[in-house]
Design a protein around this ligand. Structure first.
Ligand SMILES: [Zn+2]
Length: 355
């Protein structure tokens, strides 16, 4: 026992030494602190009342839910859309928990893929969707496909992509019930690139790597699948979350928004990927100001909301936030104009939720 603690002590001492020696410091341990004396604005409350279009059922108890509502009040979040992924009694029990704050949350359900290999899958899944709607679901999501098929709802439906014929009846029912669909396609481009010294986002990319997954549909293939899905189901409203993972080339998702009036995007969990290109990002927000909605997808604490506001609202430059982002690059604010902020925080969400 004594030997083990001595061994662990030597090990951690060596690690600290390695992290402070530039010759042995690893990229994953790089923790730069900005040296610039430039403005730093802490934004505690969104400039306009905001609807968070991408959150999840993080609180597990009534007390945690109460605490979250207090944080939302302080941050100026009037409503959070809870993407539950679930259906059946699991969905119903979440309705029970969240119904205490009827106006502050809206719950979206998942699809039931359990019979997706059977002939009567569409009929069965539509029936469960209708049941969830009656139970309180007002949208569907988050659907997910990173290249192997649909998988966020359990059990997953690997091999079936959202543009599959089997999904048409489900999306048609969503249109009929006026349930928008939140859909996650692909992942950021760095995850598909070579994991070597040339990978611009290596620190994060290595954790979420997809380059080593055999038979996976690549990023551009997934964009074709998104394009087909939205085209094939023209009466259904789709919200492609995380800007359809196109932060590296906003022209791709811009092109899809130009083509399809039933497509919107949420910006959740891609602040870190957009903040290195603040001028290009701002121009994109201005051009597509009617199609972009605010979202977080990063938990429930106030510092999380604050950093999203700082990036959207301020002109702050070269700042780091290790608590919420794991890339090694600094962040920059977009300094969005008020009319754009108001639409992104609020008005576009209302359009989707009341369509
Ligand atoms: Zn999410």
């Amino acid at each position: 026992m004594k030997n083990i603690s001595l061994f662990l002590f030597i090990l951690s001492a060596n690690l600290i030494l390695a992290q402070s020696d530039p010759n042995t410091l690893l990229l994953k341990d790089f923790r730069p602190e900005s040296i610039y004396k430039t403005p730093v604005n802490i934004v505690e409350k969104a400039k306009f009342s905001a609807i968070d279009m991408h959150s999840h059922p993080y609180p597990k108890t009534a007390a945690e839910l109460d605490a979250w509502v207090k944080v939302m009040d302080k941050a100026g979040i009037e409503k959070s859309i809870i993407l539950t992924y679930v259906y059946s009694d699991k969905f119903d029990s979440l309705v029970q928990v969240y119904s205490r704050y009827k106006n502050r949350f809206e719950l979206w359900c998942g699809f039931d893929y359990s019979t997706y290999k059977d002939k009567d899958f569409p009929k069965k899944a539509v029936k469960e969707l209708e049941r969830c709607y009656k139970s309180g679901a007002r949208g569907v999501g988050e659907l997910g496909d990173k290249g192997k098929g649909l998988f966020y709802s359990k059990p997953s439906a690997f091999g079936m992509h959202p543009d599959d014929d089997r999904m048409v009846a489900l999306f048609a029912k969503c249109a009929e019930l006026k349930m928008p669909v939140n859909i996650h396609v692909a992942d950021p481009k760095w995850m598909y690139e070579k994991m070597d010294a040339t990978n611009d986002g290596l620190m994060n990319a290595f954790t979420w790597r997809l380059d080593n997954q055999e038979g996976i549909v690549d990023h551009s293939g997934m964009m074709d699948i998104l394009d087909n899905t939205v085209k094939k189901n023209p009466n259904t409203t789709f919200v492609a979350c995380h800007l359809a993972n196109c932060s590296y080339n906003l022209n791709i998702i811009g092109g899809l928004l130009d083509k399809h009036s039933n497509l919107f995007i949420d910006i959740s969990a891609r602040y870190g990927e957009l903040a290195p290109i603040p001028r290009f990002a701002k121009a994109f927000f201005e051009k597509y100001q009617d199609r972009i909605v605010y979202g977080t997808d990063m938990g429930t604490n106030s510092s999380m909301y604050q950093v999203t506001f700082q990036i959207l609202e301020t002109a702050d430059e070269h700042f780091y936030n290790r608590e919420h982002f794991s890339y090694h690059w600094p962040l920059n604010g977009f300094n969005l104009p008020d009319e754009v902020l108001k639409k992104v925080y609020h008005d576009n969400a209302i359009k989707i939720l009341t369509k």
